[in-house]
Design a protein around this ligand. Structure first.
Ligand code: SF4
Length: 495
């Protein structure tokens, strides 16, 4: 039997036929496109949205899609709302998130866990509109139901406040003739059923509307350092250079392509194998802005599409953990940390502990401090009684990223980036103590968020292990800051 076209495959086919084919025939060549916590948030939103119009009947999953379509037809005789309503038309299949009765017809509702409507969502709704119409369903309206990021959670969750219902009937109906008449469906089905992958060169569509999971596979012939590694250059410009045959760093230099000074430094440092470069005077000036003891602070946060705690908005960064290394002038270190109890609103306990751990008026430091400052500001707004102390930390914060952002210190190993992910191994190459790969379970911020969000689903033994992993991970984040500063002091001749 040939492959069928679902709504998600249709959207992928619009982006790139090769992606459609790879997904069907070699999905193992792709890399995970979304983190587990993003997927979990999406599932939660989808399940919750089913109740938006009141009670509903669910079409349970069945490997036989015709059975799901039959069940849908039976439910349509009497149900008001049907979740996962399924329709087959030839080789086309779609599962409508919510089919809502509207007088003598039906509205189809596509649920999205995002906070705004994008062009591809309209294509998704248009595909469903087409399939239902072709199946003879009296479709009256097509809607997108997405999260309203201005919603603030009260005692009870209010679905009408959490979601926004956007009418896209006109757009969906307007695309009906295009879908029917321009041969795109036949073309996509043709691609799906091809014996070998279609040929497609990489282009801007590899990132739009979604970053493709096969970028590594399709870019396997790119040189080790290519135009796609250039820092702070728009994707459009990178692809323009690539399509002009300017691919490697050497090509960039040979062609005289227009790049900015820091991109030139990035390219030349690799091509000419340059040693590390310092601006000692600027590093000294930066160090002079700090005063001891220095409180190195790092927060871990997680986001909930559906806010569980009173006063929270969808996707608000909720801090649940921090690590604090206190560095004294003689090099001594103290360490403090906080990790909230799983399943509880962590904010108040975290804020109370933080203002005890950091006295008023001291010098605090973060790496990329805009994130820490935003968290502190939100906490100060949420807890006015702690606001003075929290804003004092905020106002005395210094950013250890600055010397690297301004390239007072540049190493080719930084690859034009000033993210700590690149800076730390460039400053301390091969140091196992600073290697996040050596940690258990949690190696980056996304894994930390996912781990904390998922903790309530585990046994006490597993939770104990997860907590230990989180503490080690966050502890390394602030220890890394101490080491970054140590290297700067070494260069400045201060240690
Ligand atoms: S990386 Fe680009 S060319 Fe390759 S499958 Fe994805 S979108 Fe298509």
């Amino acid at each position: 039997m040939g492959c069928e076209l679902t709504k998600s495959k249709y959207c992928k086919g619009l982006q790139c036929p090769k992606m459609l084919w790879l997904d069907e025939h070699c999905p193992e060549l792709g890399e995970a496109a979304a983190s587990q916590s993003v997927l979990d948030n999406g599932t939660k939103v989808g399940e919750l949205a089913r109740g938006y119009f009141g009670g509903y009947d669910l079409v349970e999953f069945n490997a036989d899609k015709n059975k799901m379509a039959e069940r849908t037809r039976r439910l349509m005789e009497s149900a008001e709302n049907i979740a996962e309503a399924c329709f087959c038309y030839g080789s086309l299949f779609c599962a409508v998130d919510i089919l809502h009765r509207n007088g003598d017809g039906w509205d189809l509702v596509e649920v999205k866990s995002s906070t705004e409507v994008s062009e591809i969502y309209l294509e998704d709704a248009a595909f469903q509109y087409y399939v239902l119409k072709m199946c003879g369903v009296a479709v009256k309206g097509a809607f997108l139901l997405h999260i309203d990021n201005t919603y603030v959670r009260g005692e009870q969750l209010d679905l009408k406040g959490l979601f926004v219902l956007e009418d896209c009937t006109e757009t969906a109906a307007g695309k009906f003739d295009e879908i029917k008449g321009d041969g795109r469906l036949e073309e996509m089905l043709g691609y799906l059923n091809m014996p070998a992958e279609p040929q497609r060169d990489i282009a801007l569509y590899c990132d739009k509307p979604y970053p493709c999971a096969y970028k590594k596979y399709c870019g396997k012939d790119l040189p080790e350092f290519s135009v796609f590694d250039l820092a702070r250059m728009q994707a459009k410009k990178k692809y323009e250079l690539y399509h002009d045959g300017i691919v490697s760093y050497q090509d960039i230099l040979n062609s005289g392509a227009k790049i900015n000074a820091s991109q030139k430094r990035q390219v030349e440092s690799v091509v000419y194998d340059k040693p590390d470069e310092y601006n000692i005077e600027e590093i000294k000036k930066f160090l002079a802005t700090l005063s001891y003891p220095i409180f190195h602070l790092d927060f871990e946060t997680f986001q909930q599409a559906v806010p569980e705690f009173i006063g929270c908005r969808p996707y608000e960064q909720i801090p649940f953990q921090y690590s604090l290394h206190v560095e004294y002038e003689d090099g001594r270190l103290d360490h403090f940390e906080f990790l909230a109890k799983e399943g509880e609103d962590p904010r108040r306990a975290l804020a109370e502990q933080l203002v005890k751990d950091i006295p008023m008026g001291v010098c605090s430091a973060a790496y990329n401090m805009s994130f820490e400052k935003t968290v502190l500001k939100h906490l100060a707004e949420e807890f006015p009684d702690l606001s003075r102390q929290l804003m004092d930390i905020h106002d005395h914060m210094h950013d250890l990223m600055v010397p690297f952002q301004k390239q007072y210190y540049y190493s080719k190993a930084m690859q034009g980036s000033y993210s700590i992910k690149y800076v730390l191994p460039a400053l301390w190459p091969g140091d196992p103590e600073l290697d996040y790969h050596n940690l258990e379970g949690v190696h980056n911020g996304s894994e930390a968020s996912a781990s904390f969000a998922d903790m309530t689903n585990h046994t006490p033994e597993e939770i104990a292990q997860m907590r230990e992993n989180l503490l080690k991970y966050c502890g390394l984040d602030t220890y890394a800051m101490v080491k970054v500063l140590k290297k700067l002091k070494e260069i400045a001749g201060q240690s």
